[in-house]
Design a binder for this molecule. Structure first.
Ligand code: SAH
Length: 565
């Protein structure tokens, strides 16, 4: 819940706008300001104070405890010009909240946390538990001092400006480290461990939890790297397992007995076979999705010496790499989606055509490894991107427009197996960017056809052009004409002309949304192919498409527009 506090009528007006925008997320605190701030601080995860920063500093100072638990506090000035992240920038989410508040109120977000200001991901924002000297290592990163990354396991981290050695260390490990380093070192805890558990009906939570904790400790593993508890379907609601998972802060994942019975394990036994239909629960559930068995099945010890009610086994699963296939849009920065931008900053390895890399280089975080190559190296880019993701890295493979349209997504995914995670980010493809410039040419059914016969036989292309012509579909030609490929466009236009009037509108857009954008509207009969090149798309209307007020319009077919007035 976000507590809202204001003092003046201008503040109250801004407060009410925010409350109206987020009715379910906000609560208004009325009454004397000092008291309202105190109450909200105790009751809410976040505060937005429509008060001077000085006043808020004085009010919250005595309430501050720990930055991992304190609420995030944002201040909005009297004129509503700035949303200042005051405390709890990361842990309390105040930096993100300042940006959100800024969007609603039209205020400028003010974020002073050093890592955000210079584009470094905060060590506490990587989505992984972190221990040790967070402040010291963060300062070293910001000051450009050498910080080494020691990765004992693979995990798709965002880019960090790390060096080969140095006085400071970031250790990516699921092993127990005691004592936790107090200086110059942080431990990042990747969720690499899967704990398989089996339990008899009614097994006490403490017995299960005690067993799991002892197994981890004895094997020198950190409970903070446990990703999930795994068991058999029949035990999905076993109270002790559910409660143990809750206490560890991880989900319970279950598998069918038949699936578990197929997993080969070192220590099968008869008891679970008769009870739930698989010779192994703990080991099989832990190993069901692969990995290395670090702790073979072990049984709980009961203080009363009675038979054990729980078993567990621990497996390390290698971190899955992450491949984001990101469309950059047609060129203009404001047509690059926020999601695309976030993925570019999330990736530690960027793969792409050199000219596209140039388009977004300024967005990349320090430490991003850029693997760029020239035109024609598609196979190399696809293979490189997948290979880097398989090594466990976070990779972004970029393409202009939409990366799935005549671009890298399909060759890359054709190379990828199911051992990596793939995230697709759509982009504004050239046909849409051009359509918006021309007017509304795509108002009815439309297709895109690439005229490049480099990888597609011309007969196939021609057949598709003919089909579109016969079906009276609006056509956008990609890759319409290059120096060595000049007869295909006239040929394709001639096929369309067999079914459409010479006066059919044709839009030609070159470099849509780029600095040297140009466009013109012509007709099927008048189009001069020599004015078309590889930076261009050509959109041919259907038999209903008209030029209206200089714009290309394909009617949607509304009756109220067709009937005489
Ligand atoms: N993935 C890209 C298309 C790659 S094919 C997309 O979704 O847009 C390359 C062809 O796309 C070019 O030959 C040209 O026909 C078209 N194209 C790409 N960007 C363009 C732009 N900004 N303006 C006009 N045409 C463009």
């Amino acid at each position: 819940m976000i507590g809202l506090i204001s003092a003046t009528s201008a503040g109250a007006a801004a407060r009410d706008r925010l409350a109206a925008a987020w009715p379910d997320r906000t609560r208004v605190y009325d009454g004397p300001v000092a008291d309202a701030v105190r109450r909200a601080f105790g009751e809410c995860g976040q505060l937005v104070c429509f008060l001077a920063t000085g006043a808020v500093v004085r009010l919250v100072a005595p309430l501050l405890g720990d930055k991992t638990t304190d609420p995030g506090v944002v201040c909005v000035d009297e004129a509503g010009r700035f949303a200042v992240s005051l405390v709890g920038g990361h842990g309390g989410g105040a930096n993100a909240l300042a940006r959100e508040v800024g969007e609603v109120l039209g205020a400028e977000p003010v974020v002073t946390t050093a890592t955000d200001a210079v584009g470094l991901p905060g060590l506490d924002t990587l989505g992984l538990p972190v221990e040790g000297d967070v402040a010291g290592v963060t300062r070293a990163l910001l000051d450009g001092e050498p910080v080494a990354l020691e990765a004992e396991v693979s995990w798709p981290l965002p880019p960090l400006p790390v060096t080969d050695g140095g006085a400071y260390t970031i250790r990516l490990t699921d092993r127990l480290v005691e004592p936790v380093p107090a200086e110059r070192e942080v431990l990042l805890r990747p969720p690499t461990l899967v704990v398989g558990v089996g339990a008899s009906k009614g097994a006490p939570t403490d017995e299960i939890l005690g067993l799991v904790e002892a197994a981890l400790r004895d094997a020198g593993l950190s409970a903070r790297s446990v990703a999930e508890l795994a068991t058999v379907d029949a035990k999905a609601d076993e109270p002790g397992i559910v409660a143990a998972a809750e206490r560890l802060g991880v989900p319970v994942v279950t598998y069918g007995a038949e699936e578990l019975a197929r997993v080969s394990v070192p220590n099968p036994s008869d008891a679970p076979l008769t009870a739930v239909g698989t010779p192994s629960v703990a080991e099989a559930a832990a190993l069901a999705r692969g990995g290395r068995l670090l702790v073979p099945k072990r049984k709980s010890e009961r203080p009363d010496g009675r038979p054990a009610m729980a078993t567990c086994a621990v497996v390390r699963r290698p971190g899955r790499g992450r491949l984001a296939v990101v469309g950059l849009g047609p060129g203009a920065r404001d047509l690059l989606t926020p999601r695309a931008e976030a993925e570019l900053r999330r990736a530690s390895v960027l793969v792409g055509l050199d000219q596209y890399v140039d388009q977004i280089r300024d967005l990349l975080r320090p430490g991003t490894r850029v693997l760029e190559s020239g035109l024609g190296a598609e196979e190399e880019r696809a293979r490189t991107a997948v290979a880097e993701a398989r090594k466990g890295h976070a990779v972004a493979l970029i393409g202009s427009g939409d990366a799935g349209v005549y671009a890298m997504a399909s060759p890359a995914l054709a190379e990828a197996s199911d051992d990596i995670d793939v995230i697709g980010v759509p982009g504004v493809t050239a046909a849409l960017a051009a359509g918006a410039i021309l007017g509304a040419p795509l108002g009815h059914d439309h297709v895109s056809i690439s005229l490049s016969d480099l990888h597609t036989p011309w007969e196939v292309i021609e057949r598709r052009v003919r089909a579109a012509a016969e079906a009276d579909i609006v056509v956008t030609f990609y890759n319409p004409r290059s120096r060595g490929r000049d007869w295909q466009l006239p040929k394709a236009l001639a096929i369309l002309a067999e079914h459409r009037e010479p006066a059919t509108p044709v839009g030609v857009v070159r470099n849509a949304s780029r600095a040297d954008e140009s466009s013109r509207l012509t007709t099927l009969a008048a189009l001069d192919p020599a004015t078309v090149d590889m930076m261009t798309v050509v959109t041919v209307g259907n038999t209903a498409t008209r030029e209206i007020a200089g714009r290309m319009v394909t009617p949607r077919g509304y009756r109220w527009q067709e009937e005489p007035k």
